[in-house]
Ligand binder design. Structure first.
Ligand SMILES: [Cu+2]
Length: 323
C-alpha cells in the first residue's frame, strides 16, 4: 500500500505542477491579448481611422458638413471600435473558459483565490478605458462648443410658433445691428443662405416658447430660449455647398413638426452678392435668383395648415375646436 501511495503522489505533484505552469501561460496569454486589444483601440482613437464607413457609421449619421461634425463622428467611431475590441476580448475569454475548464470528471478542480494580477487587470482596465473615453469626449466637446471673438459671419436665429427668422448681423450680441433678414411664412419656407469656408456664429432667441435649431448635417442642435437667455454656438466652416433641411427639434406646439427651414450653402462670392442684394432691398427669392440659386426651398415644402372637409369634420370634433 505504501509503495502504491508513493507511486501515485509524484504523478499528482507533476500533474499539479504542470497545471500551474499551464495557468501561468494562460494568464500571460490573456494579458498579452488584453494589451494587444487595448493598443489597437488606442491606435484607432489616436489616428481617428475612419473604419465606420464600412459599417454604416455604426448608426451615427454620416455626411457631416462641418469640421466639428467630423470630429464628433470620429469620436463615435473610435468609441465603437474600442467597445467592440473590449467586447471581443471578453467574449473570447468567456468561450475560452467554457472550453478550457469544461467538466471532465467528478474530481473538483483546483480552487484558487486572490489572483492579484487578474484583480488588478479587471479593476485598472475599466478605469483606463473610461478615462481615455472621457478625455477624448472632453476634448471634442470643448472644440465643438468653442466660440471665437470675431467670427466671419454672425446670424441671429429667431424662432417663433411656427416659423423662423434669420437676421444677418454686423457684430455679436444684442447690441449689434441687423443688416439683412430672412423671414419664413406659412407659404414660403425661410432659406438661411451661408458661405463655405467662413466661421459662422449662430445667436438664438425665441419670441414665445422653447424651440431648437437643428440642421441634421451639422450633427448639432441647440435649444432656442425665450427671454434674456441667448444661446449661441459656432461652426468653424461649412465645407460643402448644397441645400440642407433644417428643423425645430423641440416639441413646441401643434405645428412643431412643420417648423422647417432650409440651409443653403453657397460660395463666399455668391454669399457676398446675396447679402448685397438683400441689403439693396431685394427679396430673398430675388436675391437667390440673382446668384443663380433656386429661389424656393428644395429640401422641404410648406405644409397645408388650413382645415377643410377632407381633413376636419366639425360634426365629430370636440366642443370648442371651432370650425
Ligand atoms: Cu419649434
Amino acid at each position: 500500500m505504501v509503495a502504491r501511495s508513493s507511486e501515485v503522489r509524484p504523478t499528482a505533484v507533476r500533474h499539479s505542477a504542470s497545471s500551474r505552469a499551464g495557468g501561468r501561460r494562460g494568464r500571460r496569454a490573456g494579458r498579452l491579448a488584453g494589451l494587444g486589444f487595448s493598443g489597437a483601440a488606442l491606435l484607432v482613437l489616436l489616428t481617428g481611422c475612419d473604419v465606420g464607413a464600412a459599417f454604416g457609421g455604426f448608426g451615427w449619421p454620416q455626411g457631416g458638413i462641418t469640421p466639428e461634425a467630423r470630429r464628433m463622428y470620429d469620436l463615435w467611431i473610435a468609441s465603437c471600435v474600442a467597445a467592440l475590441a473590449v467586447g471581443f476580448f471578453v467574449w473570447g475569454l468567456i468561450f475560452w473558459c467554457i472550453v478550457r475548464y469544461r467538466k471532465r470528471g467528478n474530481e473538483l478542480p483546483v480552487q484558487t483565490r486572490y489572483n492579484l494580477p487578474m484583480e488588478f487587470l479587471y479593476t485598472i482596465a475599466p478605469v483606463l478605458i473610461v478615462s481615455v473615453l472621457f478625455y477624448y469626449t472632453a476634448v471634442v466637446q470643448t472644440d465643438v462648443v468653442k466660440t471665437t471673438n470675431n467670427p466671419d459671419v454672425t446670424v441671429e436665429v429667431v424662432a417663433f410658433k411656427w416659423n423662423w427668422q434669420f437676421n444677418y448681423r454686423d457684430g455679436q450680441g444684442v447690441d449689434a445691428e441687423t443688416t439683412a433678414s430672412v423671414l419664413g411664412t406659412s407659404e414660403v419656407i425661410p432659406i438661411l443662405v451661408l458661405p463655405t469656408g467662413r466661421s459662422i456664429r449662430f445667436e438664438e432667441t425665441s419670441r414665445d416658447v422653447i424651440h431648437s435649431f437643428w440642421v441634421p448635417e451639422m450633427l448639432f442642435k441647440r435649444d432656442v430660449f425665450p427671454g434674456s437667455i441667448r444661446n449661441e454656438f459656432q461652426v468653424s466652416s461649412l465645407e460643402t455647398e448644397g441645400a440642407y433641411v433644417g428643423r425645430c427639434a423641440e416639441l413646441c406646439g401643434s405645428y412643431h413638426a412643420f417648423m422647417n427651414f432650409e440651409l443653403r450653402v453657397v460660395s463666399p462670392e455668391n454669399f457676398d452678392r446675396f447679402l448685397a442684394a438683400k441689403q439693396g432691398g431685394a427679396s430673398t427669392q430675388e436675391a437667390l435668383t440673382s446668384i443663380g440659386e433656386e429661389p424656393y426651398a428644395i429640401t422641404t415644402r410648406p405644409f397645408e395648415t388650413r382645415r377643410d372637409e377632407s381633413n376636419f369634420n366639425p360634426d365629430t370634433a370636440p366642443a370648442g375646436t371651432g370650425s
